[in-house]
Design a binder for this molecule. Structure first.
Ligand SMILES: [Fe+2]
Length: 316
């Protein structure tokens, strides 16, 4: 079991201040360094997003995955066999761990890091259901002014574009020893860690080239997904998709478009795979590839702006 969990995403962006404003509005703690912004969840000690300023347009620099260092030699030996390459750390980046390129040239950093502290248990998300009344003589909802702001708890998964989804899956399962959780034909596929994993940690959507689609952050419950998504959408004033629920992974979602045309997701209630050996992947029909229910899909939800930059006034 090489890959254990998602760790971070690093993006090159044209304007750092625009990205800092977006992720601040989303509830993150931001530390500005020279020409870069370190974006972390309030209760997590390491970065979840890194923005590198000064680029001509947004592009994925690399994804980082927490991995078992005892497996690094085995991964190194398998990378070529599955069409990838082992590379040196890019200049100015952490030289520890293991850096590889997948068969499409996407840079992946396998990081030797302690696991995040376990999330604190919260009160169960209790709803009154037919035959099961759990809340009487009190309101579930506080007035808006008294409702706590939504806090991203941890990075759950990263979705990237791939020109050949099955080939990406072959690399991430073969060389990095992840598991294929589910997929929809050759259009979208979801990979998990093989022990105690969210349904997906890295996912791939078909596109003519590589690129970043979204990073997804867990929040406490479905209400927080809707509330956080609605507020961020209002502040960002760009595209949004949500509130809704995925079929694949089962999670409630709300996506908000970031300043560069890619996406940010709040989620809750993701399927959990405790032991991949006891999981059977399903090949879903295309109608199940995006959502079980939710609003109409924005026209550019699966548009890869990294290969087809579009002069779109709200994208900076
Ligand atoms: Fe997602």
């Amino acid at each position: 079991m090489a890959v254990l969990s998602a760790y971070s995403v690093t993006l090159e962006v044209p304007q750092l201040d625009v990205g800092i404003a977006f992720y601040s509005d989303a509830g993150f703690v931001i530390e500005e360094q020279e020409e870069r912004a370190i974006v972390r969840c309030p209760d997590v000690s390491h970065e979840s997003i890194v923005l590198l300023g000064g680029a001509d347009r947004k592009r994925l620099h690399h994804i980082a995955l927490r991995a078992d260092p005892m497996e690094f030699d085995a991964v190194r030996a398998r990378v070529c066999q599955f069409g990838g390459t082992v590379v040196d750390a890019p200049s100015g980046h952490d030289e520890s761990g293991l850096w590889v390129r997948d068969p499409h040239g996407m840079l992946v950093h396998l990081v030797d890091a302690q696991p995040d502290a376990p999330l604190a248990a919260v009160e169960p998300f209790a709803i009154n259901e037919p035959g099961r009344i759990v809340r009487t003589r009190r309101s579930a909802m506080l007035p808006r002014s008294a409702t706590p702001t939504v806090k991203p708890l941890r990075l759950g998964h990263i979705l990237v574009f791939s020109p050949d989804v099955p080939k990406s899956v072959e690399f991430f399962t073969g060389a990095l020893h992840m598991g294929l959780a589910d997929h929809a034909q050759d259009i979208i596929a979801f990979c998990c860690a093989r022990k105690d994993s969210d349904h997906h940690v890295v996912a791939f959507a078909k596109s003519p080239g590589v690129g970043f689609h979204h990073a997804s952050f867990q929040v406490t419950d479905p209400d927080a997904v809707g509330r956080g998504g609605a507020l961020l959408a209002e502040r960002a004033a760009r595209g949004q998709w949500g509130f809704g629920r995925h079929t694949i992974g089962s999670n409630f979602f709300h996506y908000i478009q970031d300043p560069w045309g890619s996406w940010f997701e709040y989620y809750s209630d993701m399927d959990h795979i405790d032991d991949y050996n006891l999981w059977t992947p399903t090949n879903y029909e295309m109608e199940d590839s995006l959502a079980n229910w939710g609003p109409a899909l924005p026209h550019d939800f699966v548009h890869n702006y990294e290969i087809e930059p579009t002069p779109f006034s709200c994208l900076t």
